[in-house]
Each structure stands twice: as structure tokens, then as C-alpha cells.
Design a protein around this ligand. Structure first.
Ligand SMILES: [Zn+2]
Length: 144
């Protein structure tokens, strides 16, 4: 399926330069309405230079769609980044909230345990020192 051989002459400005096929009934409309044959119908095309082709309604619509698509993609990207940032912020907040909720009882419990541990160690150390001391004393006094 071919649209024929180009003459290299623009149908509108009549300049002889590189040309493109312009569809009179647009390719988009042809596809949308199930008239795909119109895309390959040589009677549905005219030969235009790029400058003239860019000024056709279809071309302008294509350009507008392209810009709109780009804008929407940028909007989606910004929205995604915003959501990520709030998610990160919320995650950062959570441990703090948990800490303040736990704080009074848990810290008291922890301190109590540490005190117990230190006291136990000290008692043990005292006992060891006493034992050591008694050993030295009995060695000095009794020679044993
Ligand atoms: Zn032209």
C-alpha cells in the first residue's frame, strides 16, 4: 500500500522542496472511525512542505495533544514527588510519636533495670573485695 510518488512540489506554496503527505481526512479520525483505508487512499492526501504542513489543523491538534500530554506527565511527576515527600515526612514523624508515648513508663523501667544491674554488680564487687581482703588478712595474720 503506497500513496504514490511525490513530485517534491508543495501544493499550497508551490515551492519545490522536501514534502510530506498531508491527510485531508486525518489519520487519527480514520483510525478512530474504523476507516483505516483512508490512511492509504492516495485521493485523501496532498503533498505539502513542512512549513505548510505544520499550519494544518491536524498538525496543530497533534502539537496541542503533544504539549498537553507533556504537561500532564509533568503534573503526574510533581504529584508523585509530593506524595513521596509527605510519605517520608510521616515515616519520620512516627518514631517520635511512639517515643513520646512510651517515654515516661519505659524510661522509668529502663532506669530501674539499670540501677538494679549496677547495684547487683556493686554488691558482687563488694563481696569480692571483702573476700580478697579477708584472704590477704588471713595470709598476713595466720600465714595461710
Ligand atoms: Zn508549502
Amino acid at each position: 500500500m503506497t500513496l504514490g510518488i511525490k513530485t517534491g512540489r508543495c501544493r499550497i506554496c508551490e515551492k519545490e522542496k522536501k514534502t510530506e503527505w498531508h491527510h485531508i481526512i486525518s489519520q487519527h479520525h480514520a483510525k478512530k472511525t474504523g476507516q483505516d483505508h483512508l490512511i492509504y487512499n492516495p485521493n485523501n492526501v496532498v503533498e505539502l512542505c513542512k512549513k505548510c504542513h505544520n499550519q494544518t489543523t491536524a498538525s496543530k491538534c497533534r502539537y496541542r495533544f503533544k504539549i498537553e500530554k507533556e504537561i500532564n506527565q509533568k503534573k503526574e511527576y510533581i504529584e508523585k514527588r509530593k506524595n513521596e515527600r509527605t510519605r517520608i515526612k510521616e515515616n519520620q514523624k512516627q518514631p517520635k510519636i511512639e517515643n513520646t508515648e512510651k517515654e515516661p513508663e519505659d524510661i522509668y523501667q529502663e532506669i530501674t533495670e539499670v540501677i538494679k544491674l549496677v547495684t547487683g554488680e556493686l554488691t558482687k564487687a563488694k563481696r569480692d573485695i571483702k573476700k580478697e581482703f579477708n584472704g590477704i588478712l588471713s595470709y598476713l595474720l595466720l600465714g595461710k
